[in-house]
Ligand binder design. Sequence first.
Ligand code: DUC
Ligand code: ZN
Ligand code: ZN
Ligand code: ZN
Length: 483
Amino acid sequence: MTTVIKGGTVVTADLTYKADILIDGETIAAIGPDLEGDTVIDASGAYVMPGGIDPHTHMEMPFMGTYAAEDFDTGTAAALSGGTTMAVDFCLPSPGQGLIDALQQWYQKAGKARTDYSFHMAITWWDRQVFDEMPKVVEQGINTFKHFMAYKGALMVNDDEMFASFQRCAELGAMPLVHAENGDVVASLQQRLMAEGNNGPEAHAFSRPPEVEGEAVNRAIMIADQAGVPLYVVHVSCEQAHEAIRRARANGMRVYGEPLVQHLVLDEGEYFNADWDYAARRVMSPPFRNKKHQDSLWAGLASGSLQVVATDHCAFTTEQKRMGLGDFTKIPNGTGGLEDRLPVLWTRGVATGRLTMNEFVAVTSTNIAKILNIYPKKGAILPGADADLIVWDPTATKTIAASRQKSIIDYNVFEGVEVTGLPTITLSRGRIAWQDGEVLAERGDGRFVERPAGAPVNRALSTWKELTAPRRVERSGIPASGV
Ligand code: DUC
Ligand code: ZN
Ligand code: ZN
Ligand code: ZN
């Protein structure tokens, strides 16, 4: 069975050109003029791009006394409708739970996925068992380990644990990820705000200022450098964090930064809405920032100091958000965005001239495929690559509305945003997975994508330094102690 996508303009991370794409089975067989196939998809007037990869989702995640309401079924349906063909979710062992044990639970949940998927493994506690299980996780095709520097008393790891885990990552050819916020300072600010009677969702933003993020990113970078390992910083939301990443990169360290589409577009004013539900629905960590920080993130994407745009899709219903009525620290943290990432980024990025089309492909797909060591199977339009493709109509428009979304959440943080530029067809491994508003991929069509360790692009500069044992100076004539 062959399919040919005819008459489109191919857009990759580095080229834009007219060509047909021939798909044989699940992969791309040829790219060129006048190709023929059993079925034809007409892409005239459209762009053909690699499907989006969202490296940051939390489906059905147990968190803050509840579970993220979006699961792999509805979440990946939402993804396909927005042109995303792969999601990387976080496997989160509960404290004391073995990593492999937790992984079994995640395979179970992800069995419902309609898109391909992978996992990052979270290090939520630390002892010999975790150390011993890390290589087993790597053997299963998971080459990234996530560390929460916030959520004190729950997911947070301390610096000694982080340093030990980073060193283990270095030995295994794996890469650490960090949620970088200073959890001790956040906890202290939360207490103070509550004691002063600031219990509404707007206090959430004051409890997590840019400084707590900037401090943690700097700390993680220095610890990674001492461990001789590269570093990936999730949800970079502010200039302080971006500045630390920029500086590290300029010094030759392989540090990657991932802004979220929410932070690029939505600002802290959202928390001052008079409607409690409206503000609480937008509570996530880190919180939305002001325009100065947004400009910094856009600049980082354009200049290459930030590499990836994700969503941190972690979707709770309004009812779940109300767990925090009277105490903002109990509002489940998280927002959705899987369905809207590509259209919103295109509208606010490409259509405004902030990003080129090629940069758009780089930050939504190709860069993360390289970082996660799955390129060119994913993130590429090349012979042999998986045929995860989107046919993109740059003139199609819609107004984002929860009432029309595939996500099961009862609201959308982008409600009312008008987008121009939408996928008309999404193909997942050669099959039409979404077309004309309908999800055609079925529950369970998605496959786990193995990501081998040892990605060459991820070697840390400090691993190339000459490693020497501490030198001891032999001395004679040691003076007697005492005065
Ligand atoms: N931030 C969120 O907003 N939700 C899930 C976890 C996180 O770090
Ligand atoms: Zn996080
Ligand atoms: Zn998050
Ligand atoms: Zn997250």
